[in-house]
Design a protein around this ligand. Structure first.
Ligand code: HEM
Length: 408
């Protein structure tokens, strides 16, 4: 199997005694990914269906740092759809001595459903459609500002600003808060050491905002969340914090990373740009295919019991990695998985996950990418990657590009 994604720079955990030696392979989703990580990680499909890596990109409550890596879409779906065996309830904030959790991500069913029932209507296709004009204004303004320059560094000049601006709009916060949120977002996305402290600052800011909006609610998302009730009782302030912080980080590096890979593909394939310019009706299918081909999330679950799966014995407390990058490039489910084909049909990918924790913001994310592409193609002529640009994939749980210099 491919060892191309091994990363000796991270500490390795001891191999637990229940892990067969022949199932141990180094694999990490954080480093050594090169510029084209999807093709590189896709090499794992030539190896064992399930294997154990003594390094992991996450360490959520698991006893050791290693993790089982599932490579097949079918198995990844199974794990994501069986939260009673594969739990998502390992609050990351606990490592910082905090008691709050990201809601709904770090809550298992059946409790999880209480929150999704409250949140789903706020992120339904109809609800996000109401934000279309505001999102289009933000995208149009950012792109218009750089159109005459003939070049840009797409990640820092567009994709990192766009989702943060949208978040502020949803929360009813003024534009003057943008630099502060951008700086937090930048630290959370780029600095492993700074992520924790930045997250605590965001949490404090949002906690104060929740207190304010609880007293004098408006029409914005935070005000609506302050009015949530479960079984007739208001949810707690801590639950509100967990929800609002989740909404901030859920739509942050995911959107930045997705846009980076998607726009690089178009920059490297001018014929595909032209296709979308000539036939804008292809855009919905193109966006879906771009999400499939450039999936970026590798999530994880912790087993609640000893469990035998596909002939492999998991022990209670083992971490199991479910990578949407691997499932969306699985040749058993997608013919020619490394080809980007806007006419691919069917295209039942899981870039937004499966099961109870399926992305709450998927309709918003689709709208954000669709509008970004529409506004870009309308204002920028044929574009390409700057000659000699050195672009590397970064991330772990969420992949992105470290930069994307474009010119037109
Ligand atoms: C390209 C953009 C996005 C991608 C690829 C993406 C992907 C995902 C994935 C794979 C999950 C499942 C995680 C897991 O099972 O552990 C998820 C969950 C979630 N996402 Fe997104 N996401 C995106 C954008 C957004 C946006 C814009 C929001 C803002 C509302 C958002 C909010 C959430 C929330 C709240 C969850 C947790 C859902 C639950 O636990 O029930 N996401 N997302």
């Amino acid at each position: 199997m491919s060892e191309a994604v091994s990363s000796p720079e991270f500490d390795m955990a001891e191999i637990p005694s229940h892990v067969p030696h022949d199932l141990v392979h180094l694999c990490d989703f954080r480093s050594g990914l090169g510029s084209y990580p999807h093709e590189q990680l896709g090499g794992l499909h030539q190896g064992p269906r399930i294997f154990y890596s003594p390094i992991s990109h996450q360490n959520r409550g698991a006893k050791n740092k290693g993790a089982w890596i599932l490579t097949k879409a079918e198995d990844i779906r199974y794990v994501l759809q069986h939260p009673e065996i594969f739990s998502s309830a390992q609050p990351r904030a606990q490592a910082m001595g905090e008691t709050w959790k990201l809601i709904p991500l770090e809550v298992d069913p059946p409790e999880h459903l209480n929150y999704r029932q409250l949140l789903n209507p706020l992120f339904s296709p109809a609800a996000v459609k109401l934000k279309r004009d505001a999102i289009r204004d933000l995208a149009g303004e950012l792109i218009a500002g750089m159109a005459s320059k003939g070049a840009c560094e797409f990640v820092s000049e567009f994709s990192e600003i766009y989702p943060v601006s949208i978040f502020l709009t949803l929360l009813g916060l003024p534009r003057s808060d943008l630099p502060k949120f951008r700086s937090w977002a930048d630290t959370i996305v780029h600095s492993a050491a700074g992520r924790g402290p930045a997250l605590l600052e965001v949490k404090q800011f949002l906690s104060d905002l929740i207190s304010e909006r609880s007293k004098s609610p408006g029409e914005d998302l935070v005000s609506l969340i302050t009015q949530f009730e479960i079984d007739g009782s208001p949810i707690s302030h801590e639950e509100m914090v967990g929800i609002v912080v989740m909404l901030f980080i859920g739509g942050l590096d995911t959107v930045v990373g997705s846009l980076g890979f998607q726009f690089r593909f178009l920059a490297e394939n001018p014929d595909q740009q032209q296709l979308l310019r000539n036939s804008p009706e292809l855009l919905p299918d193109a966006v879906e295919e771009l999400f499939r081909a450039f999936s970026i999330v590798t999530t994880a679950r912790v087993t609640t019991q000893d469990y035998e799966f596909q002939g492999v014995k998991f022990k209670k407390g083992d971490m199991v990695t479910a990578s949407t990058i691997l499932s969306t490039r699985d040749p058993d489910e997608f013919a020619q998985p490394h080809d980007v084909d806007f006419s691919r049909s069917p295209n039942r990918h899981n870039a937004f996950s499966f099961g109870p924790h399926r992305c709450l913001g998927s309709h918003l994310a689709r709208l954000e990418v669709t509008i970004a592409l529409e506004e870009w193609l309308a204002r920028i002529p044929t574009f390409s990657v700057e000659d000699g640009a050195r672009i590397n994939a970064v991330g772990g749980g969420v992949l992105g590009l470290d930069c994307l210099p474009l010119r037109w």
